[in-house]
Design a protein around this ligand. Structure first.
Ligand code: ACO
Length: 431
């Protein structure tokens, strides 16, 4: 016998009963709104600050099972993509839903490479920032500014125009990210080198000086590709939600993506790996780890890079990054903080405090160590996250634009302020 997919609710204020449909494990908030609704009274609302249990969309982009530690892009396990794919192929998969044919991939790679340059006036915009401007502030402003260069981008229903903006955004993000880095260092901006791959070209724009051709170590390029793949999407996280929320107004994708960058800038989202690095430096040596762990258990400290709202198991991305660490350190020499990190992980994974709370390493636990080994200052860590996440933001954006169920994002509130007060003009109040 098939079970009835409904929920029966009794409103004890009135004794009325309601039967709500359950579809895909969810009830509709609009059905809840029918409960207790009369001509004079609004129906019941759902109060959920931070959307901890509210689905805002149906999505076929990314699947996460936090209890089992599973992450899949369009159904493909992250481990397989990190091992055998590259960032541009993964970006195509996320955005267009299918792995590209050889022809599609070659066209995609060509288009992205062709669009890596930015208008010279964008360079002028970037030059206008103070010498110590935070690179994330520069990135979000310059991406927002791109909308003024491509006014046709406002036509979001035209598939060809949409595709052109997607290509531009993915192509130009490394250029803007690298230039925001060079700006802080007072170094000349390096133009893209279209003979190089996506990751190689980014490294070239970051680090090239007077050499005629920049040739990054292939092991570093591979590590960067892997990091890019791991950060490309993570379903309805805060920045994807920002892109969707702003995108729901039907604004152009540059403006929507710059909202995503702004959300990522916040320390609760993109900034945790920097905090891990600071923590490891503060601990300083392997011998001091047990005392630090005691501090965490007493509530005096927090073990940064551990725990996750969704993953209640080892974050699958952390496992892959841990492996990438070894490859990077082969080239750069071992970061002495690795020993501290490994000891922390070993002790924490055996300790009942962490085991009982299901606290495992997350994506940020090891990524900061790699970024530091690659000589990035901490302010750049979030830029390195924003560049690949652009693919995910665009995949979420295009899904939103094509979804007939989506409406302008406009949550309800529970009003707690005063009502029907009599206004007294300033001239009388201040007498
Ligand atoms: N160190 C020590 N204790 C922890 C940690 C930690 N890193 N994380 C959670 N706990 C404890 C909490 O104190 C709480 O204990 P209690 O039940 O005794 O009160 C319990 O575990 C549950 O923790 P919550 O804070 O309720 O879990 P929540 O899902 O709200 O928080 C978060 C998740 C914010 C990621 C948290 O684990 C944390 O602060 N981790 C450190 C910061 C970090 O690494 N953030 C990066 C996340 S990945 C990303 O955003 C890309």
């Amino acid at each position: 016998m098939t079970q009835k997919q409904t929920l029966t609710v009794r409103d004890n204020r009135t004794g009325d009963e309601y039967e709500l449909d359950i579809t895909d494990g969810a009830i509709r908030a609009s059905d809840v709104g029918k409960i207790g609704k009369t001509e004079d009274e609004a129906g019941l609302a759902v109060y959920d600050p931070g959307f901890t249990n509210t689905a805002s969309t149906r999505s076929a982009v990314t699947f996460i099972d936090g209890d089992k530690g599973i992450l899949e892009y369009r159904g493909y396990p992250i481990e397989q993509l990190a091992e055998s794919s590259n960032f541009l192929e993964v970006a195509y998969l996320l955005i267009y839903g299918e792995l590209p044919t050889r022809e599609q991939y070659e066209r995609w790679e060509h288009e992205i490479t062709f669009h890596t340059f930015v208008h010279e006036d964008i360079k002028t915009v970037m030059r206008g920032f103070r010498y110590d401007a935070h690179p994330m502030g520069m990135l979000l402003s310059s991406v927002g500014a791109l909308s003024t260069f491509y006014p046709e981008a406002r036509n979001i229903t035209d598939e060809q125009i949409r595709h052109e903006q997607i290509v531009r955004l993915i192509a130009k993000m490394p250029t803007l990210g690298a230039w925001s880095f060079r700006h802080a260092q007072g170094k000349p901006y390096v133009y893209p080198d279209n003979d190089l791959s996506y990751a190689e070209n980014f490294l070239s724009m970051l680090f090239r000086m007077s050499e005629p051709k920049y040739e990054p170590d292939p092991r570093l390029t591979k590590a960067l590709e892997v990091l890019f793949i791991l950060h490309a999407d993570h379903e309805q996280n805060a920045s994807a939600n920002a892109v969707r929320s702003v995108g729901s107004t039907q604004v152009d994708p540059y403006s929507a993506v710059s909202a995503g960058i702004a959300a990522l800038f916040g320390p609760l989202h993109g900034g945790a790996n920097e905090a891990v690095l600071r923590m490891l430096k503060r601990i300083g040596s392997k011998e001091k780890v047990p005392a630090f762990i005691e501090g965490v258990k007493n509530g005096d400290e927090r073990l940064m890079g551990f725990g996750h709202r969704v993953y209640k198991n080892y974050d699958p991305r952390a496992k892959i990054i841990k492996k990438a660490c070894d490859e990077v350190f082969e080239v750069t020499g071992v970061n002495p903080l690795l020993e501290v990190a490994q000891e922390l992980e070993k002790i924490a994974l055996e300790d009942d405090y962490f085991v009982s709370r299901k606290l495992y390493p997350n994506v940020d636990f090891y990524s900061g160590l790699i970024y530091e080994a690659l000589q990035f200052p901490p302010e750049m860590f979030t830029v390195l996250f924003a560049i690949p996440r652009t693919a995910g933001w665009l995949a979420q954006w295009i899904e939103l634009v094509d979804d007939p169920e989506q409406k302008i994002a406009r949550p309800k509130q529970i009003y707690t302020g005063g009502r029907e007060l009599d206004f007294v003009p300033a001239s009388e109040r201040w007498k």
